[in-house]
Structures are given as structure tokens and as C-alpha cells.
Design a protein around this ligand. Sequence first.
Ligand code: ADP
Length: 260
Amino acid sequence: MPDMQDSNCPGVPIEAGLRGELNRIQERNTELERSNRDLEQFALMASHDLQEPLRGITLYAQLLAEKYAGNDEDTTAFLNYIVNGALRMRDLLASLLSYSELSRTERPPATAVDMNTVLQMVLSDLKIAISDSSAVISYDTLPVVSACTGDFLRVFQNLLMNAIKYRSERPLRVHISSQSAGRDARISVADNGAGIEPSQHREIFTAFTRLHGPKIPGCGLGLTICERLVKRNGGRIWVESTPGKGSTFWFTVPVDSQRS
Ligand code: ADP
């Protein structure tokens, strides 16, 4: 029987053609992994090394702003632009640094974590932002999960801060609850804020995606970091949302086996 021929490479037997294609894909994957590592290394170095000169710029601009405050309107306004720009850049670098550190560091071992305690810690940290926005936060009893406490402190912190930042004109209400989903708990943070177009539901988890203008502080890394944190604890995260009505962010996390 004649050898089957590869239609992409006439004259080459199909098995040899497939083997060649497999090798090419493997080479491309290795190359992609290397360039991803290089990019992460670059992001880490840039975010780390830029912090020191930026601290100097912020400090001296603040000193000048204090010295010339009220002297002349233009000088005060220009110096405020510099200080505000530098402070935004500081926040961006801090987020970039924690994002790139996440991909380099091992996850701390999972322990039994009472999510009610984690939530109370975050609510206490965000006391000022909650009272400034007059947000009403309610919650059900949450489960004890098997996870890293620090990771979920950050997840709740990001999700609650976002609910506050992207609220609508309506008085803000946020509800946190949990459902059982086999070996996992499915935890939700639901707000009645601005909401998100369905076409953006996946997009917002991609680094640097921002749907709102520069007046609201942020750099588009919060949800990307949340996704990494949830994934490294064995879960997944997604959003359900109707524009103008609000958003519900869901994430899953393994329940502590002693309690399930
Ligand atoms: P950041 O808040 O720093 O911009 P995130 O990654 O946390 O970055 O969020 C990405 C974008 O998703 C935000 O800029 C905002 O446009 C949108 N978003 C996030 N959370 C909400 C929410 N609860 N309601 C409406 N839009 C949201």
C-alpha cells in the first residue's frame, strides 16, 4: 500500500509530517515560555527599580508644593499635577510589582481558613472607604476553606474596593454569600453598582483593562491579581453583570475537608 501523504507537504508521509509539526509546536512553546519569563523578569525589575527615583520625585515635588503653596496659582497647580502623577505612578508600580512577584513565588501552604474571619479583617481595613461611600455591606455565614489566608484577604479587598469605586448614583449595597458546589464553596460578592457590558465580562480579568475613565484611581491589575490568587488556590473566578443594575463576582475555593 502506498504511504499516506501530508496534504500540507506533498511527498512527505503523513506520520513524518505530523512529527515535524509537533516538533515545531514544541519549539514555539519553549520560545513562548522563555519570552514570558523574560517579560515577567523585565516587569519585576522595572517596577522595583523605578520605585526609588520616583520616591525622590514625589518627595521633592511635595516639598516644593508646600514651600510655594498659595504663592502663585500656576505654580501650585503645576506642582500638584506632578505630585498626583507621581502618586499614581507609585500605585501602578506597587500593583505591577505584586503582580510579577505572584508569578515567581510559590503559594504558601493551604490551611483551614475561616472565611468569616477573613471578611471581618477586610471590612475593618476598609472601614474608612465604606463609611465615606455610605455603603451598606451585608453577608451570610461563610465556610471554612482550605486555602492561603493572605490570598483571600487580597481577593476580598480588591472585590470590595471595586464595588465601592465603580458604584452608581444609587446608595451602594454589597452582599457577600456562599453556596456549596461539591468539594468547593462558591463565594459571591454582589453589588448594585454601574455594572459591566457582557462583551467585557472576560476582558476585565486581562491585565491593564480599564472600562472607566482616569478619574477613578486604578491601573487595571486588581482582577488579574485576583484571578491568579484564586487559581493558585485551586479555584476559578468570573463575573455576572447587567449594565446599570450591578455585578456579582463569583469565585470558587476548596472547602476544608475536615468540615465538608
Ligand atoms: P482597576 O480597578 O485598578 O482599574 P481591576 O482589574 O480591579 O482594575 O478592574 C478592571 C476594570 O473592571 C475596572 O477598571 C472597571 O472598569 C471594571 N470593574 C471592576 N469591578 C467592577 C465592578 N464591581 N463594577 C463595575 N465595573 C467594575
